[in-house]
Design a protein around this ligand. Structure first.
Ligand code: MSK
Length: 604
């Protein structure tokens, strides 16, 4: 326990009685722990949302014809988003609609009162709960700023009140910045649909120029994909002795191009240095988030060029080539050319012979389409499968790697057990890549699923583990849950669905913001590793029990995969409820000839 929000301290509480200790200003352990959580959430929300803001400005530039090389790829999605936003689409040009969508998205950041546009996408019951507890977010920036103010020295001193504000700010992420980022990325670069690719360090190639794109934002990386595929650049690579140009990703920039273009991924968060250490990477292009500073030291030992591209993220020792959407293609070509020029400098290298096939790109639109086609797509088959018990529930497994834990082990241990127990897994971010590296993102993995889940996967045509995108794309899971609630039969709210969120190997502030917006949306969430609120049982209890009473969602920390598994099954079983199952069996049974005589016999 440590508070360093002012310069009286830092105040550290250690030892057995730390919960009874206070900071020198009198701040209790609970206040200090709650402030810590709220600040994590503010930072995580800021990260996702700033990503969303940049995309909104890119969409605006595209609509105005000012973004070189970009165009609107998914007009249908643009129209759907415009309708959700209440924007008139009849008889209007695509660019006019896009401009209104971009402006409405941008307005969400600076809005001072009212509520975020996408709040209306949540089930009505959920919206009412948010209103009741005063946690409906107004504007994204406003909630982040208020969280920082509230948690400063001498402001909010009630742990419950601080934590309610953390819930509110997190909602500005999940139903605000992150959801906007996902939607606008789909509009600009295409809504993901299943695509085949490979994952792990073996995707690097011995005889081609290897360019690794890393970070989170898809804008420049999409342009680099186009530049690397251009005949001009391929010819240039050949002139330097390479057979071609090979693009691979790391982290969530990887996921963005993996789920849309099928660009293979060299791995997740803890693979970033390993890719360089292979000695085969000509350039690593980074934008924002999850880029470790140690890369600058690592590249010194190899020929790899580290190229930073965001005005917000510079690294001493790296080459900085700043992205500007107005000259995107020119910049992408400059970067690709620089990488190709570095190919003759490659010395000894070792590319591990490990890669797995994956099928990725399960957007919520595609999951719906798989259950009925273009005109009759719905979540009915999945809801029915859950009601009749073939699928026990749905688990969202998301988040990072953390060097405190053996890489990918927690996630893989858990996914194996979930699918064997008929639990469908949806996944994003580095957890998704962990599953890909371990062979779990193929339809063949149905063989490892329980009989009920296997039957449903075969009928719908989906693998038991669905890769839905990058870490901002967790908003897709919120949309799936909302549509399942709307479909009916399970619950008319997200709270009440037999679903659990798991972030087993988390490390980033963004992960905490995600976990908390799921809790605020009605999902019980479990984080692995050590608890960040271990120093305050009061705060741990509020997040687990009080939130659950109020919102049917919660956040708890469990250090061990066995505990995570058992607790998840317990939560799902409770949510399934005996009564709903019994009602279903009765309703189904009435149509069977044996049912009425059986009931008569029972009551006789
Ligand atoms: S990249 S936030 S390590 S998921 Fe999105 Fe991976 Fe976590 Fe970064």
């Amino acid at each position: 326990m440590c508070c360093k929000h002012c310069f009286i301290g830092p105040c550290r509480m250690t030892g057995k009685n730390k919960e009874e200790m206070t900071g020198i200003c009198g701040a209790s352990a609970a206040t200090i722990a709650a402030r810590g959580v709220a600040r994590y959430v503010a930072a995580g929300t800021a990260a996702h949302s700033d990503h969303g803001r940049d995309l909104a400005f890119t969409l605006r530039a595209v609509a105005l014809g000012e973004a070189q090389g970009f165009k609107i790829k998914d007009v249908n999605k643009l129209v759907r988003v415009a309708k959700i936003m209440g924007i008139n689409v009849e008889g209007r040009k695509t660019e006019e609609i896009a401009l209104d969508v971009a402006n409405e998205a941008i307005a969400n950041f600076g809005r001072q009162n009212g509520e975020l546009t996408y709040i209306r996408r949540a089930p009505k019951k959920r919206q009412a709960l948010w209103k009741k507890y005063g946690i409906t977010p107004r504007g994204i920036d406003r909630e982040v700023v208020e969280s920082l103010h509230r948690t400063g020295m001498g402001v909010d001193q009630d742990p419950d009140s601080i934590l309610m504000s953390a819930l509110k700010t997190s909602l500005a992420d999940g139903w605000g910045g992150a959801m906007l980022a996902t939607d606008i990325s789909d509009i600009l670069f295409g809504t993901p649909a299943p695509v085949k690719a490979n994952v792990n360090l073996g995707v690097l190639r011995a005889d081609e120029v290897n360019i690794v794109i890393h970070g989170h934002e898809p804008t420049l990386s999409m342009m680099i994909v186009a530049a690397a595929e251009s005949p001009e650049m391929i010819e240039y690579a050949k002139s330097k002795g390479a057979k071609g140009i090979n693009l691979a990703g790391i982290c969530c920039t990887a996921n963005e191009v993996l789920v849309r273009q099928g660009v293979s991924s060299a791995g997740n968060f803890l693979n970033q240095e390993l890719a360089i250490i292979s000695g085969s990477v000509e350039a690593m292009i980074v934008d924002v988030q999850c880029v470790i500073e140690a890369l600058a030291t690592t590249v010194k030992k190899f020929h790899t060029k580290l190229i930073t591209t965001s005005p917000k993220a510079k690294i001493p020792g790296a080459t900085h080539i700043e992205f500007d959407e107005h000259r995107a293609m020119d910049i992408a070509k400059e970067i690709v050319k620089l990488s190709v020029d570095n190919y003759p400098n490659r010395k000894a290298y070792t590319i591990p012979d490990i890669k797995e096939d994956v099928v990725v790109g399960f957007s919520h639109e595609y999951i719906k389409y798989m259950q009925g086609g273009t005109y009759r797509g719905s979540f009915r088959p999945l809801n029915d499968a859950i009601i009749d018990g073939r699928v026990m529930g749905v688990v969202g497994m998301v988040g990072c790697n953390n060097p405190r834990l053996c890489q990918d082990k927690y996630n893989v241990d858990l996914v194996k057990r979930f699918i064997a127990n008929d639990v469908l897994v949806v996944t994003t971010g580095c957890a998704a890549v962990a599953f890909g590296k371990n062979g779990y993102l193929t339809p063949e993995m149905m063989d490892a699923a329980g009989p009920g889940l296997r039957e449903v996967c075969e009928a719908i045509g989906i693998p038991p583990v669905l890769h839905m995108g990058s870490c901002v794309d967790n908003s897709r899971i919120l949309t799936v849950l909302s549509e399942m609630a709307e479909e009916g039969g399970l619950s008319d709210d997200i709270g009440g669905m037999p679903g659990v969120g798991i972030c087993a190997e988390w490390m980033h502030e963004k992960a905490l913001a995600i976990g908390i917006y799921f809790a605020a949306s009605g999902v019980p969430v479990i984080f692995g590793g050590d608890s960040i609120v271990e120093g305050s049982s009061v705060v741990a209890k509020i997040m687990r029990d009080t939130w659950f009473e109020r919102l049917k969602g919660s956040l708890e920390f469990l250090p061990d995969p066995d505990q995570i598994f058992n607790r998840t099954i317990e939560l799902i079983t409770k949510r399934r409820g005996v009564s709903r199952r019994l009602i279903f069996v009765c309703v189904k049974g009435i149509s069977q000839q044996w049912f009425i005589p059986l009931i008569r016999e029972v009551f006789r």
